[in-house]
Each structure stands twice: as structure tokens, then as C-alpha cells.
Design a protein around this ligand. Sequence first.
Ligand SMILES: Cc1cc2nc3c(=O)[nH]c(=O)nc-3n(C[C@H](O)[C@H](O)[C@H](O)COP(=O)(O)OP(=O)(O)OC[C@H]3O[C@@H](n4cnc5c(N)ncnc54)[C@H](O)[C@@H]3O)c2cc1C
Length: 403
Amino acid sequence: MKALVVGGGIAGPATALALQQVGIDALVLESHLESRGAGDQVGSYFTVAPNGLSALEAIGTLELARGIGSSTRTNLMFGATGKLLGRVTAGTPLADGTPALTMKRSHLGRLLGDEARSRGIEVRQGARVVSVATDAGAAVATLADGSELSADLVVGADGVHSTVRRAVDPGAPGARYVGLTNFGGITRGTALASELAPESWHFVFGRRSFFGAHPTPAGDVVWFVNVPRPEIAPAERAGTTPEEWRDRLARLAEDDAGPARALIEAGELELAGDNTYDLPHVPTWHRGRIALVGDALHAPSPSSGQGASMALEDAVELAASLRDAGSVPEGFARFEARRRARVEKIVKVGARSSSAKISGRVGRVPLEAMMRVVFRYAVTDRSQEWMTGHRVTLQAAPSLGRG
Ligand SMILES: Cc1cc2nc3c(=O)[nH]c(=O)nc-3n(C[C@H](O)[C@H](O)[C@H](O)COP(=O)(O)OP(=O)(O)OC[C@H]3O[C@@H](n4cnc5c(N)ncnc54)[C@H](O)[C@@H]3O)c2cc1C
């Protein structure tokens, strides 16, 4: 059986690797010309939670991921006044002890793409898919250069602004702006790293922005800033230098206790003016021989910390579903049955986290008191377990004897 996987971000190469493990050959089509590895400066850092790591383990890439990630065990939440509001685990480590890993998004994309190539999977760069069609016997993808490729199935792993989603359902919803912009950077070799708890994310619900910082074992601090504001238009992005953005971010943090302002002022900006979107509910997940995975299907707001982990889980669950089914449409139906409730619940968690960041602008003292209650009773290690304690595998379930 042959598959075309549209998109060479995170979900695409992971899906191709998982499909190969169940005997389905995949060709990955990525619109970007250069390898994601060449664009190492694109994007900022994210954390792959233990549920996502279990998917990396299932496709035989966990060891590689350990090489690019730094251990992350705890999320510490602080108020603008410097008070500790709460402490939540980054998830129960895997059985072998691996905790959540923080890494650069582009490094994970490169790792997965390189590993796919080394296992004989073609990842074609500069291949932009403009439409996909399906009939009873095959699915056909048309590329921007007019060429057509045919396969037994097409998987749309083409991100939150997916083209393939429209092929599944022309009335499918579009991405929704969540009201937050995203900036990311790194402060190298800084003494401030020693002021942060090791193996943790240090979050600040600031007066005018939300800040996150993670100290790496190398003595650097990687950080991001979410700013509540209207979407950044391309003209504003093009007309603002990294230094101007950095000055604005530092000013937004100037009244907040903690290291945000100093880290921003001493740091380099690696992601500037990224608008954050989510995709809450996609009514139709598959049609005929076309299905969706990753952000194309259910983008949670980055505030959930689960975007990449969900994409990786999808890859494994789609391959397992196709392996266990008698036909491609039946495999897609199984995938939806396994996944829909879980991913929609996670998107809701992300939307709630985003609005907590937005409402943080007013009523500081009562808000911080309320958040301490939330982190004490509602957002706790136990209440997160359904999300980060979930595990996926490609090992077939042992069959029960009739005895
Ligand atoms: C530039 C960028 C930076 C990000 N930074 C962060 C971050 O710092 N923290 C975080 O939590 N999340 C971040 N995300 C989101 C996070 O990476 C996603 O939740 C997760 O990676 C889901 O991956 P995906 O493969 O489904 O989608 P994506 O990673 O968006 O990958 C989709 C891929 O499909 C390709 N593509 C799109 N349309 C077509 C087409 N028509 N034909 C062929 N290829 C196509 C795109 O070029 C892209 O490579 C970022 C996403 C992007 C695109």
C-alpha cells in the first residue's frame, strides 16, 4: 500500500515513519524548498510531553530526541508580584525515566525528516499540494507545478491553515486567532540561568504579557513571550526590526517581578510576531481515501503545551488504525473513534489557558489569589494525568484466547 503525506513539519515525517512500520510506503510532500534543518532559526522552543515522547518511542526516534531536548519536570507559575501561584508536573516520566523534553521546534522537524530519509522514505522539498481528490480506488494529489501523484491514501499533515482540510470538507472551519501573539528567544551563557529552578519552566502571568523561561544544561535560558493584542499584519511584521520588538517586549515586562525583562534585554529574538491560532472542532475528519493529522485536524493553542505531542500521537494512532482495519476508509473511521474525544478536550484546555493569559491584564491582586486556588485544587498533577500520562504504541494488543 502507498501513501502520500502532505506536509513535512512534525506530523508529516512522524506519520511516514509510523506508516512504514505497519507496511505502508509513504512519500512526504513539503512545500518549503529548503530542508527544515536549514531553517534552524525558525520558531522557538516547545516541550514534548511524555505522551508525545511515547509516540517518538513507538516510531524508534526517542533516543534521537533525547539528544536534542533538555529534561523538563516541573512548571512553576508566578504572578506579576513575584508570588509563586502554583507548581504542576510536566507529566509522569516514561517507564525508562525520560521526563518531558524541551527542544527547538525546527530541530525536531529536522530530526524526524532526516530519520525518515535514512529509513528510505522520500521527503520531497518544494512540493506544494494545491488540491486532493479521492474516489473508490485511489487518492490523487495535484502539485503547484501541475503534476499529479496517485496513491492508496493521502494524509493531510499540512498544518493549521491546511489545504487538504478543504478537500475533506469544503465547508471545514478555518483557524481561529486566539488573541495572543508569540515571540521567542534565547539568552546565552547568562548568570540568570542559575536563578531559575533546573529542569523546569518558569512562567509569569505578567501585567501586560505572559512570559516563560527554561534554563538549559548548557547555561542558556530559552524564553517566550505571549502578548495579548490584535493579530499582527504582515506589513507590521515586515516593518519592525528584531531590536524594536525586543524593546517593546522588555517594556511590557518592566513592572513585573522576576527575570523576564533582564532576560529579554540580554537575549536574541528567534521568533517574532507569530500570531497564534487554534482549531476547535473539525466536523469531518476524513473522506474516502483522504484523512488529516496534527494541526490540520485539531490545532490546540500553543498555551496547551500539547501541539507537537498531539501531532506525534496522531501519527502512531493513524498507522495502528490502518494496520488493524480491513480497508482505508475503515482505518480512518477507527482513527477518529480513537482520537476525537481526546483531542477536542485538549483543544479546550488550550483555549482556557490562552484566556487566562489574556484576562491577566486587570485586577492583579484578586486574580493572583484566584489563580493560587486554581493551581491548588483544579490544575494539579492528578488533573493533568489524563493528558500527559496517556501512552501510544504500535505494538498490537495481545489477542485474548477463547480458552
Ligand atoms: C514556523 C512554526 C513555528 C512554530 N513554533 C512553535 C513553538 O515555538 N511552540 C509550539 O508549541 N508550537 C509551535 N508551532 C506549532 C507546533 O509546531 C504544532 O502544533 C505542531 O508542530 C504540529 O505539527 P504539524 O506537523 O501538524 O504542523 P506544522 O508544524 O505546521 O507543519 C505543517 C507543514 O506542512 C507544510 N505545508 C503546508 N501546506 C502545504 C501544502 N499545501 N503542500 C505541502 N506542504 C505544506 C508546511 O510548510 C509545514 O512544514 C510552530 C509551527 C510553525 C509552522
